[in-house]
Write a new protein. Structure first.
Length: 285
């Protein structure tokens, strides 16, 4: 698969191992919470389950607090304002799709992940998840070619349309498909504002200011400010497909470097994640 990387944990720097640890912790949380979901559980309860699970394991700060979306909210149906992203009293029903999304800071390292599933069988979401595999490969290939983020965004959207789907990351603020993440200074108590950790927001704002001066943006969007090659660093990437009220996505860390070696110039931080394992099983079935 084009998304595969030869990187081994022992080859990663201590810095990258820290990000890999918190990303794995986040996906472990998503799988643990998904296994506990039952009919009648609300989005707010699912978000709280994620918070509690992570706090029990030492998380004290966030890039953003956990989200949960059920049913047609997985496709951001009729989302018009940012407040609609926050968890509601929508209750889970048999066969209903769900997405869990969390961005904890752990030991000063940040992750931002998205986990898609359903309560019982949901053939539509299963198909969406299978078709996301091509997006992971496309994004990596084009980042290695150093195409502009804006051009890559348009090609991802074109692939979605060719697959028969709607681009639902268009509904995110600034229509972003990804954003940069970085280290966050550890504190005993870290406040949040509008669901986002203030420390992480300060870091993103600093990146935005620094990037503006140098002609790049920490937001990967369809707009002119993303019309530049991939900036070295860590990017939380989340292609999000929608089809008739059902949505699915993955979100994980893409590492971009200034290496001239194509395989070292960009790689997914971890290929042992739930959606990647799923695709490997589909390939061998």
């Amino acid at each position: 698969m084009a998304g595969d990387t030869k990187q081994r944990t022992t080859e990663l720097s201590a810095e990258l191992r820290g990000f890999k640890e918190v990303q794995r912790l986040s996906y472990e949380c998503a799988e643990a919470v998904a296994a506990q979901l039952r009919p009648g559980v609300t989005e707010r309860e699912a978000a709280r389950m994620q918070r509690d699970w992570l706090r029990e394991r030492g998380v004290r700060d966030w890039f953003h607090m956990p989200f949960a979306w059920f049913g047609d909210r997985t496709a951001f149906t009729d989302f018009k304002i940012p407040l609609q992203f926050f968890p509601t009293n929508r209750a889970l029903e048999p066969g209903m799709p769900f997405i869990l999304d969390m961005a904890p800071v752990y030991k000063g390292y940040t992750a931002d992940i998205g986990y898609s599933g359903s309560l019982g069988l949901n053939p539509v979401q299963d198909r969406l998840m299978s078709d996301l595999r091509a997006h992971r490969a496309l994004i990596l290939d084009q980042v290695r070619e150093r195409r502009s983020l804006r051009d890559i965004y348009e090609d991802v959207e074109r692939l979605m349309i060719n697959q028969g789907y709607a681009n639902r990351h268009r509904a995110y603020p600034f229509g972003v498909i990804a954003h940069k993440i970085d280290r966050v200074k550890e504190r005993r108590w870290s406040p949040t504002a509008f669901g986002f950790g203030t420390q992480a927001l300060k870091g993103l704002a600093s990146d935005a200011l620094h990037g503006h001066r140098e002609g790049w943006s920490p937001l990967w969007s369809p707009y002119h400010f993303s019309d530049h090659p991939p900036q070295p660093g860590l990017w939380a990437v989340e292609p999000h497909l929608g089809f008739r009220g059902t949505g699915a996505k993955f979100e994980e860390i893409l590492v971009v470097t200034d290496s001239q070696d194509p395989e070292e110039s960009a790689f997914w931080l971890d290929d042992d994640l739930p959606h990647v394992r799923r695709w490997a099983e589909e390939k061998t079935a």
